[in-house]
Design a protein around this ligand. Structure first.
Ligand code: SF4
Length: 736
């Protein structure tokens, strides 16, 4: 505590403690947004009306008041009544409107870089896709979707591509962030079901953040932590001394990717020291005895040797979370999800919550924090690896149910799920996938081992990008660019990390001839000749109704929602809400309060496997481990949007900064601020060295937002979730 935060320096605000600064992010920004160039309205414009929207950047799902003049948005402020953010917003949310005005918005379809009208573009799209599918079969074309568009649109894309156009394969960029949590929850709980509500941040006695840096990545969730009045212990497990680690009461700076061993070591000590909630385990779980026998090998001595922690640290950690502490909540995000054994690591967190009985009660849970604004919508409705509503393509009864709910003949529903993202790309390299349609995603920047990805993309017969901006690294490679409207220029729903469905309206016109993704899909259905399948899909709300039917009797059942008006009136609604629950909606609800899970016998399952080494180990030629992550709360992913804001630009360093420990710097003869080359077996880039104790000797850190960083990353994947492992790549650093 008390260390100066990196972002504080960037804001050129007076030195302040970390807690003061994070407090400033919300309270002061709300009171004095103009101090940071946020929320200013030209004096000639005064709003004459206000409407409400959910933010379209991250999975926190903050409520915003959009102020209108003559029916169009001129400004926004955080919504004080929305149960998620309670009147606060991070810099990205404040700037959500300004990034829509960027000069590089895609305004017209571009065919081989030349503007064409929609008729030409859509005829070309359909001709090329039909040619490829006819000549090479249904596996020759694929789509890659996103967590950034409304879920009514995601569903339209998934249904159009698979049931209408006849594709088999389609995945989403959520494979890069959330596939691990999905896989882990499904196996452990019987359904992909994050159990928590944000109130749990305020109601815990101990919060354990593993591979999560909410101060930067989810700053409004962090504000909820700061509202906790129970004087909580805040434990951070992270190789780096992140901003959240600085604010924590305990920080365990383990060796990169030793998290699974640590979690098993904690389980070992809980068993040994009587920290197991036996009554919960016996009543509500399966597989504990085998798990207890398995973790017997994870002695404190072994765990300390493999993680770099001391015995005292390990004992303090376990004493803080062991049975007798009333409420412990476990939170994880990309540091876990993006690992080579990510699913088992997520399940090791779930195991800790189960064995200590920390689930289904206030302030508890094994809680995966999501990334994109609609990653959760994608998990239920993108129709990629799951059939709509969390169903299974392989299950005949599920296909019948979805055919009935959508009105689409069952013969059109594929009987197998899609290949995963990396497998689609591998198939493109092998030449079996010849066309890919990317929607609202920029893999030329974001995919692991980026140069390899771009080599493969350049082999495609047909590469289509549908996006708001025509200047993304992927759009520049595309044969055809379809210009799309963005958040605020169309309506529909997102689902946030706590399962809350929120609505976002259209408050502006899209530039030029850009169209809502929803309308692009309707047009493609028409040009393809399958619009009859979508006769009920006239509006986003009509699709919402179709999707409600798809969820009937599923854990995510939302048949009790009365439609958009009710979602807006209630400040979002968490799933599930079944027909019979309509009258007892609470603002914040958590799952598993009755101890019943979604497995056939209603018991949660202990799942575990032996840890293994990350593939790209440090070695003589590449002696340092590169960790990547979010840079600042003003940056979002590939910066397709956030780079367009002058205000946000002031909050980030001008140059790419490499965090390097002073001990390594001395050995390498690198001084603070010097230019350095960062070299991996795949590529090299130049950055400025920032000497800091935030990384340990042997480790370096780069923010993922710079377009070159993923040229360095090593392409390995969790075998269960197929999620890329971005957090462990061997590099060397040289002074320039
Ligand atoms: Fe938007 Fe996320 Fe920031 Fe909230 S925390 S304002 S949802 S970007």
């Amino acid at each position: 505590m008390g260390q100066k935060c990196r972002e504080t320096e960037m804001l050129t605000a007076p030195a302040m403690t970390f807690r003061e600064w994070t407090g400033l992010l919300t309270a002061d920004l709300v009171r004095e947004p103009a101090k940071f160039g946020l929320g200013q309205v030209p004096s000639r414009l005064l709003p004459d009306a206000t409407t409400k929207a959910v933010c379209g950047f991250c999975s926190t799902g903050c409520g915003l008041n959009i102020h209108l003049k003559d029916g169009a948005a001129i400004n926004l402020t955080p919504d004080p009544d929305y149960p998620v953010n309670l009147g606060t917003a991070c810099p990205k949310g404040w700037e959500a409107l300004s990034v829509l005005d960027a000069p590089d918005r895609a305004r017209m379809p571009l065919l081989h870089g030349k503007e064409v009208d929609w008729d030409t573009a859509l005829r070309y799209f359909c001709d090329q896709m039909k040619r490829i599918l006819d000549q090479h079969g249904p596996e020759a074309a694929a789509f890659l979707s996103t967590g950034q568009i409304m879920f009514e649109e995601m569903a339209f894309l998934g249904v159009l591509a698979k049931f209408g156009m006849g594709m088999i394969h389609g995945d989403g960029n959520t494979r890069q962030c959330m596939a691990t949590a999905v896989t882990a929850y499904k196996e452990s709980f019987g359904f992909d079901a994050p159990p928590f509500t944000y109130a749990d941040f305020e109601e815990s006695d101990v919060l354990v953040f593993i591979g999560a840096n909410p101060c930067i990545a989810h700053p409004i969730m962090w504000q909820r932590v700061l509202k906790n009045k129970r004087q909580p212990e805040i434990i951070v497990v992270d190789p780096r001394t992140t901003e959240t680690a600085m604010a924590a009461t305990q920080h365990y700076a383990i060796k990169p990717k030793s998290d699974l061993t640590l979690l098993y070591g904690l389980a070992h000590l809980l068993v040994r020291e009587g920290g197991v909630d036996q009554s919960f385990v016996v009543a509500h779980t399966n597989g504990f005895d085998a798990f207890a026998a398995f973790v017997a090998a994870f002695t404190p001595e072994r765990v300390c040797a493999e993680t770099g922690l001391s015995i005292e640290q390990l004992l303090r950690f376990v004493q803080t979370i062991q049975n007798g502490t009333p409420r412990v909540s476990f939170w994880w995000t990309m540091g876990v999800n993006q690992g080579n054994q990510a699913t088992r690591t997520a399940q090791a967190i779930i195991n800790l919550a189960l064995m200590t009985g920390n689930i289904g009660k206030p302030g508890t849970g094994a809680n995966s924090i999501t990334g994109q604004c609609n990653a959760m919508g994608s998990r239920l409705f993108s129709n990629t690896t799951n059939l709509l509503g969390g169903h299974d393509f392989r299950n005949a009864a599920h296909r019948e149910k979805i055919a009935k709910a959508t009105g689409i003949p069952v013969e059109r529903i594929p009987e197998r799920p899609s290949l995963a993202y990396d497998q689609i790309i591998a198939a493109a390299d092998a030449g079996t996938v010849k066309a890919i349609w990317f929607v609202a995603t920029n893999p030329s920047h974001s995919w692991i081992d980026q140069n390899e990805m771009n080599r493969i993309l350049d082999k495609l017969d047909f590469l289509v990008v549908q996006d708001m901006y025509c200047t993304t690294e992927t759009a520049k490679r595309a044969h055809l660019v379809l210009p799309a409207a963005g958040w605020g220029e169309k309506e529909g729903c997102f689902i946030n990390s706590e399962r809350r469905i929120g609505y976002s309206p259209k408050v502006r016109r899209a530039p030029g001839q850009a169209l809502a993704d929803f309308h692009i899909f309707r047009l493609i259905a028409h040009y393809w000749g399958c619009e009859e399948l979508f006769r009920d899909w006239q509006t986003p709300e009509a699709v919402f109704r179709v999707l409600q039917r798809c969820t009937e009797n599923q854990p995510c059942d939302i048949t009790g929602i009365d439609g958009y008006a009710q979602v807006r009136k209630l400040g979002g609604i968490q799933w599930p809400l079944r027909k019979d629950e309509r009258l007892k909606i609470k603002t914040e609800r958590r799952l598993f309060e009755d101890g019943k899970f979604y497995t056939p016998d209603k018991r949660a399952k202990f799942v575990f496997d032996a840890p293994c080494e990350a593939p790209d180990q440090a070695r003589d030629e590449f002696p340092l481990i590169l960790i990547t992550g979010r840079g600042t709360s003003a940056q979002w992913h590939t910066e397709t949007r956030t780079a367009k804001s002058d205000v946000l630009a002031k909050m980030i360093p001008e140059k790419l900064m490499l965090d390097l420990n002073a001990e390594d710097a001395q050995r390498l003869k690198v001084r603070d601020g010097m230019s350095v080359r960062v070299i991996s077996p795949r590529a090299e880039l130049t950055a400025k060295a920032r000497l800091t104790a935030c990384v340990k000797p042997g480790e370096v850190y780069l923010p993922m937002h710079d377009h070159r960083v993923n040229q360095l990353t090593h392409a390995s994947f969790d075998p269960h979730s197929r999620q890329p492992s971005y957090k462990h790549s061997a590099v060397r650093v040289e002074a320039v």
